[in-house]
Design a binder for this molecule. Structure first.
Ligand SMILES: O=C(O)CCC(=O)C(=O)O
Ligand SMILES: [Fe+2]
Length: 173
């Protein structure tokens, strides 16, 4: 991956978040911008080993609900094509976090490295007691239905390999 300078407006946020010390002494050098229309989501996944294992995401526009799932057990993985009921996302569902507009979420350690995260393809979200941060959210209570609008997320993280690429490019000049 060839590094590029971040736009100044984004640097305001990468610098502010990095100054909290969440990436050790490193500074965020990678921003993923995603747009979700109502009804759009992202399949449960891990972000992988390329990134420093703390990730920060700013939500803009709509709220959304980020769902967490436990990983497949090794025995299930060895089954190959045989998908047992214990491998369904339903059975692996752990909890959710409500991401309100203008909020920042930090995901780290096992929640990032071991478990999977995803956003369901829904136009509205029912607030349940599986949302673990309800006490931190304004004006939301269990049983309420929240209608999604367009959401833009800024996923701000550290990609250590970019630093190495920069060094290599520097050497060639
Ligand atoms: O939009 C979000 O909040 C999550 C995005 C995400 O998990 C990803 O792009 O890997
Ligand atoms: Fe992700």
């Amino acid at each position: 991956m060839v590094p590029e300078e971040l736009p100044e407006w984004l640097k305001v946020y990468t610098k502010k978040i990095s100054s909290m010390g969440i990436f050790d002494e490193k500074e965020a050098n990678h921003v993923l911008v995603n747009e979700y229309l109502p009804g759009q989501g992202i399949m449960p996944h891990e972000d992988g080993p390329l990134f420093y294992p703390t990730v920060s995401t700013i939500s803009l526009g709509s709220h959304t609900v980020l769902d967490f799932y436990s990983p497949l057990q090794d025995s299930t993985k060895e089954d190959g094509d045989l998908v047992s009921s214990s491998s369904s996302y339903e059975s692996r569902y752990m909890c959710s976090v409500l991401l309100q507009p203008r909020s920042l979420i930090l995901v780290r350690d096992d929640m990032y490295k071991v478990n999977l995260h995803g956003i369901a393809e829904r136009k509205e979200d029912l607030v349940t007691d599986k949302i673990v941060n309800l006490d931190k959210c304004d004006d939301v209570s269990v049983g309420q239905t929240l209608t999604r609008s367009t959401r833009v997320s800024l996923t701000i993280r550290v990609m250590p390999k970019i630093l190495k690429a920069k060094l290599l490019l520097g050497r060639k000049r």
